[in-house]
Design a protein around this ligand. Structure first.
Ligand code: ADP
Ligand code: 5GP
Length: 230
């Protein structure tokens, strides 16, 4: 059985950067390339970051029940094709889904033991800076992303792991540790010293360990805090 990893984050938190770093160091992990009706950004290529399709094509896929989950994000359709999970399983690989909060909840319903990870920026100011510095979005879109970020962040407690992307190197190590720790845990084997170290890092990112780290971030967004909010 493949392990399904769900990664979500407010736009601009550094999720794509972290996921790219992860794929450089972890083997036997496939990336689920989503379908979307939004237009390609920057240097994005069809079949690499996304499959770019029309609304009609996307709706035909919904009709044919080809999606594991799909959602409307920023006015466009985004969806995960079931075939990616079948293909990963056939190859004996695990599968990573980069999807939004709505999609994560849908996947958790049909695959309860999927491991979900929520990536947070250090605070609102740094998120705004990263969005501007990335230079891909208009002022209008940046405003909308920041507003959406606040609402998305309020859902952090629905995830198994919380990762704060402050320093890229540390966050990459933590993401890698979470992915490997899930494999170690599920193998049922006695962990080696190195594996115990990874398990310890992963544990420090577990939802209930991360509470203190998350509170000031929520406050910087003016988001509803606390685990009781959900
Ligand atoms: P996302 O995929 O979450 O929308 P990106 O990976 O595109 O975000 O990152 C947004 C911007 O922030 C990019 O310009 C990226 O280079 C930068 N970035 C990512 N992680 C860090 C970090 N830890 N520190 C500083 N800048 C970062
Ligand atoms: P972007 O347009 O910035 O690439 O992505 C916008 C949002 O859509 C991100 O939060 C991303 O995780 C989410 N997203 C990408 N693919 C999918 C998908 O297949 N399903 C869902 N539900 N969300 C997705």
């Amino acid at each position: 059985m493949s392990i399904v990893y769900i990664v979500s984050a407010p736009s601009g938190s550094g999720k794509s950067t972290l996921v790219n770093e992860l794929f450089k160091v972890v083997k036997h992990l496939d990336f689920s390339i989503s379908y979307t009706t939004r237009h390609p950004r920057g240097s994005e290529q069809n079949g690499k970051e996304y499959f770019f399709v029309t609304k009609e094509q996307f709706e035909a896929m919904i009709e044919a029940e080809e999606f594991l989950e799909y959602a409307n994000v920023f006015g466009y359709y985004y969806g995960t094709a079931k075939r990616f999970l079948r293909d990963a399983e056939a190859r004996g690989n695990d599968l990573l889904l980069d999807i939004d909060v709505q999609g994560a909840q849908q996947v958790k319903k049909c695959i309860p033991d999927a491991a979900s990870i929520f990536i947070l920026p250090p605070d609102r100011e740094k998120l705004e800076w990263r969005l501007r510095n990335r230079g891909l979005d208009s002022e209008d879109v940046i405003r909308r992303r920041l507003d959406t970020a606040r609402r998305e962040i309020e859902n952090y407690s629905k995830y198994d792991y919380i990762l704060v992307n402050e320093r890229l190197e540390r966050a990459t190590d933590e993401l890698k540790a979470i992915v490997l720790a899930e494999r170690i845990r599920r193998s049922g084997d006695k962990p080696s010293t190195e594996e115990s170290r990874l398990l310890e890092i992963a544990r420090s990112c577990c939802l209930y360990q991360a509470r203190e780290r998350v509170r000031p971030i929520l406050e910087s967004f003016g988001a509803l805090g606390g685990l009781d909010a959900n």
